[in-house]
Write a protein that binds this ligand. Structure first.
Ligand code: HEM
Length: 510
């Protein structure tokens, strides 16, 4: 009896081993740490994945295999391989892997982020490029960004000049998060979710709750996802996903009805994404499901990324007073001390632009980008990448590679004055926005926002470390996750440097 039981138990294990043996004989996959049956390398991976993969690349080379359960993930870590993945073999590597939660949250790829490369993707991507992120629309929406950035500056000023607060440091993230929330909701929905007291109103609170719940659901079951035949033991909480979908749809439809009523009353459409998509619904044959999914994609991908980039940049600027002072000298020379900056000034602020590039080089908010999936067998770096494998570019490691960057760990924006390096996907040494077919469609908006926020923060204030701390003690550790927040949000001491009347919000109602 015992022997029979043993035989029955060993059969699945033998099947797994045989499958792996045949797989290895058929494909010459990239090297990597030894994978255990069933779990693969899941238990070897350290929480901050891009650092762990970069360490492994030191031992196994710039292209490695990492098994998440039974799914093969290939990670490349140098600029030549990044170019092969994102340019030369882009056509075979532009699908997405959708976990069960991503299937639910994206209505099975009816959006942009989770859609495979195909007719639907091409259509919605065109809507993004031609309609949502056209230079004309970004310019028409500029006043919203400037309103929200000046609101942030006013709020920091009020806090640091309030009685009893002199010499007290602030947590920069608090102001950035508020700016990011109001900016994205106005850009996407055309609404500032505040009540008459200036607090976030009921709809805004519902919006925030949905965004947080989406993140929670997206992260759920992450481990079980990688071992398909074990999924029966970890069923999806279908009710939670259904409820989440209902809440998203209810909030979006309420706002949709408000827009329709307003358009009927005033006769004209506004510039924000919601009205733009509603106006072009028929021309581009967009279903309501797709419109709703696209709007929430923009929020998921575009709310925090610029704010995170600014937080990392500010941490580096507090650690590097020389660089901070040099930006301020440029701001004073170009803008002076009698007015506030606007995005129109950015082309005249080359050093500020270098600071943004340097911050995104050292601290890309999505260090492994989003994983791509192979739609057919493909060769990268001479190795086989079987159809269905996931492909990551470790843009964090590429941007710190001593083979292509001099003193890569040094925060030295001047490197970009010495050599003008493109940051939007044309130079494979610097890829914070990715490159190729799936390059970030919001890259220009992200850059405008990041540059403008840093410019305002440095023009209006000098930033030092909190009392009792030395600049070099500012902690640059990362939090684990697809999007890399600072582990310890940076605290700094702001000292106003302009006349008090320049700290007022520049409000617009569009
Ligand atoms: C500093 C700011 C930003 C950075 C560093 C950034 C970076 C990225 C990266 C690395 C990707 C993945 C590319 C790939 O899979 O190959 C991505 C995708 C995406 N980003 Fe951004 N992003 C930023 C801001 C924004 C903003 C402001 C928006 C919109 C409001 C946005 C919308 C998107 C969307 C919709 C995608 C999915 C594209 C696709 O799957 O085809 N991003 N972004």
């Amino acid at each position: 009896m015992a022997a029979l039981l043993l035989l029955l138990l060993s059969l699945p294990l033998a099947a797994v081993l045989l499958y792996h043996l045949l797989f290895r004989l058929r494909f010459r996959i990239p090297p990597g740490p030894f994978p255990w049956p069933v779990v693969g390398n899941l238990y070897h991976i350290k929480p901050v994945r891009f650092r762990c993969f970069a360490e492994w690349a030191q031992s196994y080379g710039p292209i490695i295999s990492v098994w998440f359960g039974s799914t093969l993930n290939v990670i490349v870590s140098n600029s030549e391989l990044a170019k092969e993945v994102l340019k030369e073999k882009d056509g075979q590597l532009s699908d997405r892997h959708r976990s069960r939660s991503a299937v639910k949250l994206s209505r099975d790829g009816k959006d942009l982020i989770w859609a495979d490369y195909g007719p639907h993707y091409v259509k919605v991507r065109k809507v993004c490029t031609v309609v949502l992120f056209s230079p004309k629309r970004l310019e028409l929406l500029r006043p919203i960004r400037e309103d929200e950035i000046t609101t942030m500056v006013e709020s920091i000023y009020n806090d640091c000049t309030a009685s009893g607060n002199s010499g007290k440091s602030v947590v920069i993230k608090k102001y950035l998060a508020s700016m990011a929330f109001h900016n994205i909701t106005r850009l996407v929905f055309g609404k500032r979710f505040v009540d008459s007291d200036g607090a976030v109103d009921k709809q805004g609170q519902e919006f925030k709750a949905i965004a947080i719940n989406g993140l929670r659901l997206g992260a759920s079951l992450a481990m079980a996802e990688h071992i398909p035949w074990l999924r029966w033991a970890f069923p999806l909480d279908e009710d939670a996903f259904t409820q989440h979908g209902v809440r998203m749809e209810r909030l979006t439809r309420d706002i949709m009805n408000e827009h329709t009523l307003l358009r009927q009353k005033t006769g004209d459409a506004k510039q924000h994404f919601f009205d733009a998509l509603l106006t072009l619904k028929d021309e581009y044959d967009l279903s309501e499901d797709t419109i709703i999914a696209l709007l929430w994609d923009m929020i998921a991908a575009g709310m925090d990324t610029p704010a995170i980039s600014v937080e990392w940049a500010m941490a580096e600027l507090v650690r590097n007073p020389r660089v901070q002072q040099k930006v301020q000298e440029e701001l004073d020379r170009v803008i002076g001390q009698d007015r506030v900056m606007t995005e129109v000034d950015i082309p005249n602020l080359p050093y500020l632009q270098c600071v943004v590039k340097e911050a995104l080089r050292l601290h890309p908010p999505t260090p492994l980008m989003l994983p791509h999936r192979a739609n057919s067998n493909v060769k990268i770096g001479g190795y086989d990448i079987p159809k269905g494998s996931n492909m990551n570019v470790n843009v964090w490691a590429v941007a710190r590679d001593p083979a292509v960057w001099k003193n890569p760990l040094e925060f030295r924006p001047e490197r970009f004055l010495e050599e003008d390096v493109d940051i939007k996907g044309h130079d494979f040494r610097l890829l914070p926005f990715g490159a190729g077919r799936r390059v970030c469609p919001g890259a220009q908006l992200g850059l405008d926002l990041t540059t403008s926020m840093i410019g305002h923060l440095l023009h209006h204030f000098s930033w030092g470390p909190p009392k009792g701390m030395r600049a070099e003690e500012i902690d640059l550790a990362e939090n684990p996750g697809t999007v890399t927040y600072m582990k310890n949000p940076v605290e700094a001491l702001p000292v106003p440097r302009l006349a008090p009347h320049l700290y007022k919000r520049v409000a617009v109602d569009i």
